[in-house]
Structures are given as structure tokens and as C-alpha cells.
Design a protein around this ligand. Sequence first.
Ligand SMILES: Nc1ncnc2c1ncn2[C@@H]1O[C@H](COP(=O)(O)OP(=O)(O)OP(=O)(O)O)[C@@H](O)[C@H]1O
Length: 633
Amino acid sequence: MSPNIDSPVQTQMAVAIPNGRFNFEYLANKKMEGKLAGRRRIFVQTETGFVLGMDLDRSDNAHTVKRKLQLAFNVPTDESSLTFGDLVLKNDLSAVRNDSPLLLTRNLLHRSSSTPCLSPGARDLQQRDQSGPIEILGRSTCSNYAERLVKDIVKGINNGVDPVTVNGGLGGAYYFKNKRGMNVAIVKPTDEEPFAPNNPKGFVGTALGQPGLKRSVRVGETGYREVAAYLLDYNHFANVPFTALVKISHSIFNVNEGVNNKKPQERKLVSKIASLQEFIPHDFDASDHGTSSFPVSSVHKIGILDIRIFNTDRHAGNLLVRKLDGVGMFGQVDLVPIDHGLCLPENLEDPYFEWIHWPQASIPFSEEVLEYIRNLDPESDVKKLKTELPMIREACLRVLVLSTVFLKEAAAFGLCLAEIGEMMSREFSRSEEEPSELESICIEAKRLIAEKDMFSSDSEVEVDVGNLDDFLFDMDCGELDSDILPKMVDEYHIKSPFSFRGGNGRNPLSKLEETFEEEEESDGEEQPPRLNGFACPPAQVAVSKLSMSLKYTSLNEKSQRLQSAKTEGSSSGNRSAEEQVAGSMCFVKLDDMGKLEWGMFIEKFRELLYPAFADRKSVAVAQRQRLGTSCKF
Ligand SMILES: Nc1ncnc2c1ncn2[C@@H]1O[C@H](COP(=O)(O)OP(=O)(O)OP(=O)(O)O)[C@@H](O)[C@H]1O
């Protein structure tokens, strides 16, 4: 990879100073001052995309932050929620790291009120927001390379070189340049994704945090996923370009009319949270080029990444092709995978693997590739993501674990890339979408656990704040089955009235209780817990969540859902994300299991894999034999 960087290594970041140019030493000093004072910097994004950088003092808590935000956005503290990934922050901010993005949403009950917009009080806060034009959020991506890239872009901006809008794709994207006018990075603001409030291409309609183009990827969360794919691509095995999450300010960014008080034709400096990816000079994308020249090893390496991250959007346009026409290399190309915003869904979906029918995918893996797969460790992947991207949701991490286990076992069994991809892909039978083999194995694993009553009532209610937040997500999707709820609540009370005890002896709802207690303390009177505005008794929340799980995993229910979902086309293999806007069904949920149950599920899942692989092999052999016979004639 050859970045167009033209400046020496700098270890400081950029910041704005009064004359409008950017000074690096100033920021370094500010950062040092902040560290010494134990301060943290956070970036609060509203659901309409406005971003405000804030410095937190040690004494700050969610209430004090919300009070400052009330000044800035005119949203009363009790009408808004502050979230950090799965966590709904009620008081304690200890989980929030330096440079973290937080989302401020209006509670559902107050959504009809006007959307948050800047008030005069915001100016004070903005003045104290000492952000530079680009700040990298997160730790590991803040390398020397990243800092050089940022510095180059800032030099470009200071030298009057404007970024340009990227025409392709459904979301807003911009090429940022160095001072010589060369593209050095592509920036994709999270509030310009398809369906987000500031999408410049007409695909608007949803607030950040709501289901998006893919139901199990929320609007505004594709940027994290782009970074996750980069972080998981150890040793640049698959060639994912450098990617980081940034807060970036520029007047080129799109703000739709009416959003955040935007007036027609108005262009002003706006700050966004965005993914920033190294620009890769290339000659084509894979849709413009015959695939036969693609190196087998590149296809395998990208395919392995796609499987691990459960990529639902690997269409040909998301593979850049570079010609390597050096001496003795005529005709050879290099592949660069881009656009990983729709990987790591919150539930199993229908993945999309363009390479699935390419001949390279049917060639057995090399020893080098097998060795890489053997060394993959889903637990350390999870640790890495939790450390570097703490806002990544637990549900996404479960998908990562499941698909990595699947890949490792399948490769060890001797399956090739195409076979593994096919087992993960859904089929269409009589115009109905059917679960993939992978999903069927999951459904069976869940069924066996339930049948043997392997999980106790304890684990049923072991639910964390992430699940509670997802409860809201389900409600937003309009899928809460009110018929089920009262019944499940009754069952719950019979089984274990308020005995939330997890395996570790700690109340699994303790995180939640902690926030309730804090709420009580601060308000002086007892209030039911609120989830983005809904008053929810903890038991009811836990149980309704469970009811959702049972609803999804019941095969009868599944067939009912299948009946009602008549899907066009004959094979998912020909559909890209754009064509799946309607959203595919959820056959099996992974985020509805308590920790204990999840552990048992993964064990059961592993046990079921070998028979399934053997089945697949025998079908493949039978097909080959039939083909052999027909060739004789
Ligand atoms: N790292 C990169 N280097 C060079 N060009 C890039 C890079 N990433 C994206 N592009 C170009 O920008 C275009 C749009 O980018 P991308 O596909 O990531 O956007 P998107 O809005 O998410 O698209 P889609 O609608 O396909 O999901 C790509 O088709 C490609 O031409």
C-alpha cells in the first residue's frame, strides 16, 4: 500500500487556533494538560448528526453532561438519553473512554417534539470545544501513520485544496487531498449514510441509532464497523486500507435543509463523526474487470475476512483492483477490499459474497492460509474490539465469535471457501427465504439447549444493558408482540420472582440497578427505570426480551414469518445490499441469551458442525459423481 503522504512523522494532532490555521504544538499541550487534570474528551452526536466535542472533568456524570447539552440543544435532560454503544448512561461515566463518541437521542415519547437544534448557549460550549479540523477517536488507530495522514490533510486544507464529493455509493463520501492536490483519504460521515438525516443522495428518513439499510445495522454505526474490519485484519492479511474513526470539520459536508436549523444554500463549517480511510489509487473495481486474473490467494484472504466479519455487502464494487504491470507481472492485479460498513450485523442475516461463484473460491486453501485460520482466536478478537472500539455492541461481537468458530472448524474439516460461503448464505425456495445451513445449525443448537433444559431460569433473565437497549431497538422496529408480553411476565413471576442471579453471583441486572439507584439518588424519589423514555419495570424488560427470543426461534413462528414475507428473486447470491433494502428476516437471534446460555450454545453449535460439514461434503461428492456420469455421455 503506498499512501500519498508527503510530510515527516509528527506525533501531535491538529487543532484550530483563532487565525483559522492549525497548530500542532498547541493541541499537544492541550492534550497533556487534559491528561494531567484527569480530563476526558468526548464527542456527543445528536440523532440529526450535529457533533459537539466536550471535555469531561473527573466530577462529571451523565446528569451534568446532559445539563450542559440541555443548554446547547434545548432538550430537557429528562427527555433525552445519552448512549455509548449498548450502554444507556444514567449517571456513571466510567465506561466512557477518552475520545469516545456518545449519542444523544430524544426519548421516543418526545420524538414528536422538534429535533434538537443549537441554542445560543451552544456557542459557549463550542468555544470551549478546542477540537481541530480532524481528531482521531480511539487509541490503536492513532498511530504515527494516522497522524501523518491527518497532518497531510490539514496541510491540504490550509493550502486551499478543497476535498471533493465522491459520486459513487449510496452514502455521502468525500475525497480529502494533500497540498499537492492528490487524494489521500476517503471520509464518510456517519450522518450521511443511507437513511441518515443528512444523506445527500435522497436516501433519508431515519434518526441515528434506528435500523438502517440492513435491519441489523443501525443508522450511524457503519463507521465503527469499517474500523473494526481494519482492526481485525491482522498483518494486513486481506489488505484492508488503514481506517479510523474521526471527528472532522469542513464546510463541504452535507446538511440537509431544515436539519439542525440549516437554511437553503447555506454552507458553513460543520463537524461530523466519520470513518476516514486511506485512499488507494486503483484502476478498476471488480465489477469492471474479468475475475479470472484475480489471484487465488487474494480471493481467499478477502473471503476469510468476509466470513469472520459476516460481511453482508461484499459486492464487486467493494473490491478495488490495482494493475501490477511491473517487469514480469503483466496482467497481474492486486485486490483491495473497501466498504465494510455492513459487516458484523447485530443478528445473523443473509451475507453477500461476490466471490462465492468465482473459480478461485473452490480451490483448496494453501498451508499459509490454513495456518492463519488456525491462529485466529475469537476471544482475543473480542477483547481487541472491546478495547479499541468500546461502543461496538455485544450482539455484533457474538456474530464475530460465531462466524470465526464456524470458519475455523470448517477449514479444519477441509471445506473450501465457496463451501463455507454457501453454508452461510440463505436459499430461496418457492420464492421464500429459507435459513442458511449455518442458521439451521444455530436454531438446532438453541432447540437442543431448550429441550434438555440445559439453561436454568437464572440464565434466562441474565440480561445486560445491551439487551435492554436492543429491546428498544425491537420496539422501534414495531415488532413487540403485546400478546406475548403479559403471558411471559406471568411465567417469569412464577419461575423466579426478582431472583436475578448470574453464574458469578453478581446480579446480572446490577449494571441496570446501579443506574436506577443513581437516578433515585439524584432525583430524590423512586422512579421506574426508563429506556429512552419508556418506563419499564426490570422484570418486564427482561421477560419481554426473552419473549422476543422465543418468538424468533420457534420454527412455527418462523414459517409464519416466511409465509408473510414473499421475497423476489431466486437466489440471494445475486443481490447486493442496495437490493435488500426491504431487509431480510431474522431466523435466529444471538443477543437474547445470557452469558451462561451463550457459552452452552457455542459448545452445542461446535458439536453440530462436524455432522453438518460431513453432510455438505457428501452432497458435493454426489453432485460431482452425477456430473461425471453425464460427462461420459
Ligand atoms: N479506500 C478507498 N480508496 C479509493 N477509493 C475508494 C476507497 N473507498 C471507497 N472508494 C471509492 O468511493 C466509492 C464509494 O465508496 P463506498 O463504496 O465505500 O461508499 P458507500 O456509500 O458505502 O457505497 P455502497 O453504496 O456501495 O455501500 C467506491 O465505489 C470507490 O470508487
